[in-house]
Design a protein around this ligand. Structure first.
Ligand SMILES: [Zn+2]
Length: 586
C-alpha cells in the first residue's frame, strides 16, 4: 500500500511554500496562486517564503528553489513541460520554463482540490479539510501542441488562458503569466512586405501576373522576382529587430478570396516552380525557405510562418519547408457536421482533398500548424454544433504530427455567440494532453457554468443539435434556412432552454438567458416579414442583445446594421453593401 502524506490535516499544516530568491515574477506569482487556492479550498493559510530563509519544516518547493535539480527529469521535453513530485515529504513543482512552473501549480490544484476555470467569471474547487498526496507521487506532463490558441474574445483573458494552459498569441499574457507564443503580424502579410500602393506604379513586375496582366488590386507577389526577395528580406529583418519579443514572423499570402478568383502569379518563372511542384504552394515555400535560411544565420530561434490556404493548400511535390518555417494549413472549405475522416465520402469531397493535404504536409513539415474554425461568421448566434467534430479533428491533427492549432471562434469585442464559453473551454482542454473526454467535459462545464439545476436541460439542448447535424452540411457561412433548422428541432431546443430558465437564478439565469438569444435569433429571422409578431419580438430581442453587451451578430459588422437586416429580410439574407472577404488583415 502506498503511504499517504498529509500536507494539510484537519485544516492545520506545518508546510511552507518556497520560491527561489532569484526566481522570476511568474514563479513568485505561481507561489501566490498556490497559496490562494489552497486557502480557498481548505481555509488553511500556508506561508510563502523565498529560499533565502532557512528551512523550518516541510516545503512545497516552486521551480528551482533550494537548488533542487528535479528539472533534469524533464530533459528532452518541451519548454512548457512540468513536474509534480513528492520527495522526502517535500513537494516539488517545477517546469522547463517559468510558464511550465505556473502550469505545474495549476495542474497540482486540478489534481488535489479539483480546481477548474470554466470561464473568466466561473471557477470551482472542492472544499476540503485535508490535503493528501501519495508518497513518491510523480506526475510529468508535456504538450504535443507547442502552440495552442482559442480564438474567442472570452479566451483572451489572461487568467482564463493561463489557468487552461493556452499560450495564445492574442491572449493578454504578460511575463507574470510566463508569456506566450508571440507572433508578429499574425496573418496575411505580402501586402505589408511589398505594398502595391508604394511600388506598383513604378514596378508592376513585383506583383501577380494573372491572365497576362499585372494586378494592383487583390494581388499577391511575384515570388520569383529577385527585387521582391530583397525588399522582403530587408523588411523582415526590420520587423525582427524592432520586435525582439516576437517568436514568429509571418510571410504569407494575402486574403483575397482565393477560392473564387485567380491570385497567384503566373509569370514564366513562378509558373515553372509551381508546375514542378504541382501546386501554387511551390513558389511560396521556395520563397519562404530562402528568406528563412537567411534569417536563421542571425536569428536561429525565430520562425517564419506562411499559409497553406485556398490556392496554396495543396502540398508541393518537390520543395520541402525548412525547419524554421511554420506552415499553417487551413480547412475553410470543409464541412463541420462530422469529423474530416468520416466526411471523406468520395475523392471529390473537400474533406478528402483536405485530408490528403494534411497527410502530405505532415510528411514534409517539421512545424505544421492548423487554422481551424468553430463558429458561423455570417450569423454568430446561429447554433453551430461542431463539438464532436472538434474532438475528432483535433485527434486527427494529433495523429498527423501537427504542432500548433488555432481554433477560430467569435473574436468580436462583445463575444456572445452560440456556446462561446463552452467552446473556448473545450478547445483549451482538447489542446492539452490530458483531455478527459467530451461528455465529461461538457457535463463539468454545464454543471458549473449554468448551474446544476439547468445543466441537464442545457446538455440535452447541446446534444439535440449535435445529433441532428451529423447528416447535414454545416458551413461557416450558412443561413438560418439551412437543412439543419427544422421547425421540430427548433421547437424542442426552445423548450429545453425555456425549462432551463425556469430552474435558474442569479448569474446562472443570465448565462442561460444569453444562450436563449441563439434561439430567439433563429426564430425571428425565420419568420416571414408579414408575420404580426415579428417586429415586436425583434424589438425585445434588440434590448436583450444590448443587455448582454454583444457587439456583433455578423462578423466585423456594426450591430445596428444587423438589426436592420433582420428587420428587412427573412433569414437575414438581404445584406446590401455587406463586406466581403476582400480585405487585408492587419
Ligand atoms: Zn511571378
Amino acid at each position: 500500500m502506498t503511504n499517504k502524506i498529509f500536507i494539510i490535516k484537519n485544516q492545520k499544516t506545518t508546510y511552507h511554500i518556497v520560491h527561489g530568491a532569484n526566481s522570476t515574477e511568474c514563479e513568485r506569482y505561481a507561489s501566490k496562486e498556490l497559496q490562494k487556492y489552497l486557502y480557498l479550498s481548505t481555509s488553511t493559510p500556508i506561508p510563502v517564503f523565498s529560499d533565502k530563509c532557512e528551512v523550518r519544516g516541510k516545503e512545497i518547493i516552486i521551480g528551482e528553489a533550494r537548488n533542487n535539480t528535479f528539472k533534469k527529469l524533464l530533459e528532452g521535453k518541451s519548454n512548457e513541460a512540468f513536474l509534480i513530485k513528492e520527495n522526502d515529504g517535500n513537494i516539488i513543482i517545477t517546469g522547463n520554463s517559468p510558464r511550465g512552473v505556473l502550469y505545474g501549480v495549476y495542474k497540482f490544484l486540478e489534481e488535489f482540490i479539483g480546481y477548474r476555470m470554466y470561464a473568466s467569471d466561473c471557477e470551482s474547487y472542492e472544499k476540503k479539510t485535508d490535503l493528501v498526496i501519495d508518497e513518491k507521487y510523480t506526475l510529468i506532463q508535456d504538450f504535443t501542441f507547442e502552440y495552442r490558441e482559442a480564438y474567442w474574445t472570452c479566451a483572451f483573458d489572461a487568467n482564463f488562458a493561463s489557468k487552461n494552459m493556452l499560450n495564445s498569441n492574442l491572449a493578454d499574457l504578460s511575463s507574470k503569466y510566463g508569456g506566450k507564443v508571440k507572433w508578429f503580424n499574425f496573418h496575411h502579410s505580402f501586402g505589408d512586405l511589398v505594398n502595391p500602393q508604394e511600388y506598383f506604379d513604378e514596378h508592376p513586375e513585383y506583383f501577380s501576373l494573372v491572365d497576362g496582366e499585372r494586378k494592383k488590386e487583390h494581388t499577391e507577389l511575384c515570388l520569383s522576382n529577385p527585387d521582391v526577395y530583397n525588399i522582403c528580406l530587408k523588411k523582415l529583418k526590420e520587423w525582427i529587430i524592432n520586435n525582439p519579443e516576437c517568436d514568429i514572423f509571418s510571410v504569407a499570402q494575402d486574403e483575397w478570396m482565393g477560392h473564387f478568383i485567380k491570385m497567384a502569379c503566373e509569370c514564366e518563372n513562378c509558373k515553372k516552380i509551381d508546375e514542378e511542384n504541382a501546386s501554387q504552394s511551390g513558389s511560396i515555400i521556395t520563397f519562404v525557405n530562402k528568406l528563412a535560411d537567411e534569417i536563421k544565420k542571425e536569428y536561429p530561434n525565430k520562425f517564419i510562418h506562411t499559409f497553406a490556404y485556398q490556392y496554396s493548400r495543396k502540398t508541393p511535390s518537390k520543395v520541402v519547408p525548412h525547419d524554421n518555417v511554420i506552415v499553417r494549413l487551413c480547412n475553410i472549405e470543409c464541412s463541420w457536421n462530422k469529423g474530416i475522416e468520416e466526411a471523406m465520402i468520395n475523392k471529390d469531397s473537400n474533406e478528402y482533398k483536405f485530408y490528403n493535404d494534411l497527410v502530405g504536409w505532415s510528411k514534409i513539415t517539421k512545424h505544421l500548424y492548423i487554422w481551424d474554425y468553430a463558429v458561423n461568421y455570417r450569423n454568430y448566434l446561429l447554433p453551430f454544433p461542431n463539438l464532436r467534430t472538434m474532438v475528432k479533428n483535433i485527434e486527427l491533427y494529433r495523429k498527423f504530427n501537427v504542432k500548433g492549432i488555432l481554433m477560430q471562434g467569435n473574436f468580436s469585442y462583445g463575444g456572445g455567440g452560440y456556446l462561446d464559453e463552452l467552446k473556448s473551454y473545450l478547445v483549451a482542454r482538447l489542446l492539452r494532453d490530458d483531455f478527459e473526454g467530451l461528455d465529461k467535459t461538457i457535463k463539468d462545464f454545464c454543471d458549473n457554468y449554468y448551474g446544476k439545476e439547468a445543466s441537464p436541460y442545457i446538455i440535452e439542448f447541446i446534444n439535440l443539435w449535435e445529433d441532428n447535424v451529423y447528416d447535414k452540411k454545416l458551413w461557416l457561412y450558412d443561413d438560418s434556412d439551412s437543412d439543419l433548422f427544422t421547425t421540430d428541432i427548433i421547437n424542442k431546443a426552445y423548450a429545453l432552454i425555456t425549462q432551463a430558465l425556469k430552474v435558474s437564478n442569479g448569474e446562472y439565469y443570465d448565462r442561460v438567458d444569453k444562450l436563449m438569444l441563439s434561439m430567439e435569433y433563429l426564430i425571428i429571422v425565420r419568420k416571414p416579414l408579414n408575420d404580426e409578431s415579428r417586429n415586436e419580438m425583434l424589438d425585445k430581442f434588440i434590448v436583450r442583445v444590448k443587455k448582454h453587451h454583444i457587439t456583433e451578430l455578423f462578423e466585423r459588422t456594426e450591430l445596428e446594421y444587423s438589426f436592420d437586416v433582420m428587420r428587412k429580410s427573412q433569414y437575414a439574407k438581404n445584406r446590401e453593401n455587406w463586406y466581403s472577404l476582400y480585405y487585408i488583415m492587419r
